[in-house]
Ligand binder design. Structure first.
Ligand SMILES: Nc1ncnc2c1ncn2[C@@H]1O[C@H](COP(=O)(O)OP(=O)(O)OP(=O)(O)O)[C@@H](O)[C@H]1O
Ligand SMILES: [Mg+2]
Length: 269
């Protein structure tokens, strides 16, 4: 669905991405993990046309998009929830959601808002409230919900868990798994490798503009280098594939991370 081929992106003389290649296939949740300044945001911004690569190509659904602008790429079905939950603070929750649909001209916007409220019940309760008066976690929910209002085929999320308490992180990861189950492909950028690898199928590790490792979530979690650099505190994390038919979650034994509600191995017991 999304493919980057030897992409290099610069800020003036500074090379922030160096020959990055990666792929997100339809229906996948892909985690992109890396420390501060590694190039995660630059990669998302390059994929969605906010930045243009100096060399290399970006393909979305096999169409070359590296020379298109962000608006055009949104129209093609790529959604982007930027860093630091940028909601419009003085506007109501409902108006924020409607803004997410501003490029649409179909008659299903109302129905989509109803579906959004099913997925995020808290937003229904708060629909008339000014977005800026909600908690950080609620604002992040709204940012994701607004991103979904353009009906993206691929949703890219830039550090949705940052600054949130563990329970809220878990809730956000649950929503991400739910969105995928409803048919949206996800590229999840996170410093919180523990949470991201808990929900992802595969992942990439980025360091100073280079992809230094890639593999299934299970492989990455088992990797000593990843454990040392990114999973640090909290000891070893074990992942095993969910054995619920058509299950989409990795079944997790780490209490910090979501477990599938229907999973017989729930809570690692
Ligand atoms: N507008 C800019 N001008 C110059 N350099 C920039 C700009 N934005 C980012 N950089 C540099 O590019 C590199 C990658 O930054 P980027 O924001 O992509 O990292 P990140 O992985 O998203 O980090 P964080 O986890 O802190 O959000 C950093 O060295 C950063 O200083
Ligand atoms: Mg960033």
């Amino acid at each position: 669905m999304l493919r980057l081929n030897n992409v290099s992106t610069f800020y003036g003389q500074i090379r922030a991405l160096d020959q990055v290649s990666m792929e997100v296939k339809p229906g996948e949740i892909i985690a992109l993990i890396g420390a501060n300044g590694a190039g995660k945001t630059t990669l998302l911004n390059t994929a969605c046309g906010i930045l243009n690569p100096r060399s290399g190509q970006v393909y979305f659904e096999d169409k070359l998009v590296s020379d298109l602008n962000a608006e055009k790429i949104v129209q093609m079905g790529m959604g982007h929830v930027p860093e630091r939950r940028q909601v419009f603070g003085t506007m109501s929750v409902m108006d924020n959601l409607l803004l997410g649909a501003y490029q649409r001209h179909d008659k299903e916007i109302k129905r989509d808002i109803e579906q959004t409220f099913e997925l995020f019940p808290i937003l229904q309760k708060r629909q008339k409230q000014a977005a800026g008066t909600m908690s950080g976690g609620e604002q992040q929910m709204l940012a994701i919900a607004r991103g979904m209002m353009s009906r993206p085929k691929l949703l890219m999320l830039d550090e949705p868990s940052v600054g949130l308490a563990p329970l809220m992180v878990r809730e956000i990861m649950r929503v991400i798994a739910d969105l995928r189950q409803r048919g949206t492909t996800i590229l999840l950028v996170e410093q919180n490798a523990r949470a991201a690898l808990g929900v992802a199928d595969r992942g990439y590790v980025i360091e100073t503009g280079h992809i230094v490792m890639q593999g299934t979530a299970k492989e990455l979690v088992a990797n000593e280098g990843v454990q040392k650099a990114y999973l640090g505190k909290g000891g070893r994390l074990q992942l095993s594939r969910c054995n619920v038919p058509n299950g989409v979650y990795a079944c997790l034994t780490d209490p910090m991370i979501i477990t599938c509600a229907e999973c017989p191995n729930r809570n690692g017991k």
